[in-house]
Design a protein around this ligand. Structure first.
Ligand SMILES: [Fe+2]
Ligand SMILES: [Fe+2]
Length: 347
């Protein structure tokens, strides 16, 4: 593609992103609050209470079979304690992003349902791998996984004709979707997604995770989250959950392995990561309540309370593991994350 054409297209896309509505204030406030170590559950609850729809969803999720708590959780503050800050943030973010893209799509080629299944699977997969690879913020990993491919939504919604060409090219040439985007558009969903994340003032780590989820080695520092999403994307694509963009896997960036101190040969390392596939499927079943709520679908009645713990002070996460210690406790074969590694990563 000619440079001039590329520039024009870039500009059009950028402008359309600038014209998009911003995230609700409640979400930006939540993200700031939750990122501060001094924030209390009460402050978070106060912010959530200013948004009725979010309040309802948070309460519904806290009372769903996903958590199986024995007593009804009737206040937002209690729900925040039960769910944990990271989950509240992830839920708020996912719901807001879903709402921003809930209109009908003109692009019949784009499987939006498959797209969301892939996104949520990548969130769950990132959270799972966070435990295995000792990444300390599983909730953040979950949110980054959910949002990593958001650029595809923009392309499909705002540039349906061009994106249809991308999908066509991907199929006829049997290539990975990012490659087809480069050939047809001269840019990728990673770039476009990161522009949106910037426009929405999402935290820099999330912006980078979206921008570099296929190329974490290009970052010379703070590359853990993009690397985690890179590997999580492989795991959920390998399991065939949802539609990650065609049959072709993206190219593995070996830097993603080095960032986590994995020294073995990339194919062997990937094979080892793929052994978590079954666990991912189990986690996906547990995340079903989250998925349906985030999508705004009707929530079935919660099942009877489960046997497991439910004391308000326990702050469990979307499974029975408190966050994050037990995930680390069953961390598998990889060596612990080196203390300071990200700034040395090179492509
Ligand atoms: Fe992607
Ligand atoms: Fe993906």
């Amino acid at each position: 593609m000619l440079d001039e054409q590329r520039q024009r297209r870039l500009k059009r896309i950028t402008q359309s992103i600038i014209g998009l509505p911003t995230l609700p204030t409640v979400i930006t406030q939540l993200m700031t609050l939750i990122d501060s170590p001094k924030t209390s559950g009460r402050q978070v609850a106060q912010v959530i209470s200013t948004d009725q729809a979010l309040t309802a969803k948070i309460l519904k999720l806290a009372n769903s079979s996903f958590y199986g708590f024995p007593r009804e959780i009737s206040t937002v503050q209690h729900a925040v304690v039960i769910l944990g800050f990271e989950t509240v943030k992830s839920l708020g973010l996912s719901v807001s992003v879903l709402q921003r893209f809930s209109g009908p799509s003109d692009n019949t080629q784009f499987d939006r349902q498959g797209f969301w299944e892939h996104s949520i699977a990548c969130g769950v997969s990132a959270r799972l791998l966070a435990g295995k690879l000792r990444y300390r913020l599983p909730g953040e990993a979950f949110a980054a996984g959910i949002l990593h491919d958001v650029g595809k939504l923009i392309l499909s919604q705002y540039f349906p004709a061009e994106f249809a060409q991308v999908i066509e090219r991907m199929r006829t040439d049997d290539i990975y979707i990012g490659k087809a985007e480069e050939l047809v558009l001269g840019l990728t969903h990673s770039e476009v997604g990161s522009w949106l994340a910037e426009k929405w003032n999402l935290p820099g780590k999330l912006v980078d995770a979206i921008a570099y989820h296929h190329t974490p080695g290009r970052l010379t520092r703070n590359a853990e989250l993009p690397a985690l999403i890179h590997l999580a994307d492989f795991l959920c694509r390998r399991e065939g959950i949802g539609d990650g963009g065609g049959q072709r896997m993206p190219t593995l960036d070996p830097a993603a392995l080095r960032i986590f101190g994995i020294r073995e040969e990339p194919k062997a390392a990937l094979r080892r990561i793929f052994t978590y596939g079954e666990e991912l499927r189990r986690e996906m079943e547990k995340a079903d309540a989250f998925t349906r709520l985030a999508r705004g679908e009707a929530e079935e009645e919660s099942s009877p309370p489960a046997e497991k713990g439910g004391e308000p002070g326990e702050t469990p996460q979307p499974d029975e593991d408190p966050d994050p210690a037990p995930l680390v406790a069953h961390a598998l074969p990889y060596p612990p994350l080196p203390r300071s590694h990200s700034s040395r990563v090179q492509p």
